[in-house]
Ligand binder design. Sequence first.
Ligand code: GUN
Length: 312
Amino acid sequence: MSCRRLDGTAAAAAVRAELAPQVAAFAVRQGRPPSLAIVLVGDDPASAVYVRGKERTGGETGLRVTVKRLPADTPLADVLRLVRGFNDDDECDGILVQSPLPAAMAADAEVQVIETIDPAKDVDGLHPCNVGLVVEGRPRFAPCTPSGVIELLDREQVPIAGRHAVVIGRSGIVGKPMSLLLLQRDATVSICHSKTADLAAITSQADILVSAVGRPGFVKPAMVKPGAAVVDVGTTPISDPELAGQLFGESSPRLVTLAAKGSIVVGDVHPSVADVAGALSPVPGGVGPLTIAMLLKNTLTAAEAREKRRRA
Ligand code: GUN
């Protein structure tokens, strides 16, 4: 079976190319670009890389991206005060607080932060108001990773309506909204998770299989229907050359990258799934670039909606 690559880098570039003139037109009308505020608390290395990617790509697309970096021991109250400041700032259109927050913060810190963000500026789509709109089938800001998956499937002309889509993972940021967005596009959706009995019996029925569990190589060929479209949402940094060798083979160029950089990011889908699947999104170069592109799109949507409200 020849397996087609679902090229997230190309799809994301196309989304950004469509956004750029709209961003420029907003800047001409308003005398300032659409503006995104990102809050990064602590020194999680993966989060630092993701935030730099958002900052750089946003700037290249013409947005103003302001990153507020705070030490890991910042009190939650200070983070909430900062978020309220962005809520009140008329020149700020979108707010994102990078997850995860430091482990030492209160157990419900993420909930408190999300619920403090003005829903009209919640470009991550995580506030209960925006989650509710997705549930109702009229999304305002859908979370960026699952909307990036839909964008990738559409741009790669993978049909969704009437297909059986199986989502592995039920997180609030990917699995649940992913299932709802696929349902909204008329897929028949199954949601699998850590307590699912006979996972492979369900995943091997999928025309579209989306994995978001964060376990390297978790999805094996026996779990995949021949010809299925497989979307890998896993992004796990690994630094163990033995594990990388098991996943990719001892002669893979990925081992050279690991030796040079000290770690590589790997997906949930075992590379041998390419022998069975009809289409597969790689890690890196699959869903990741689209996550950023959808964040920029949501920020433009937020900016234009606020502009419209000001005119009304
Ligand atoms: N951490 C990993 N992905 C995301 C995301 O999409 N949004 C936020 N806020 N944090 C993340």
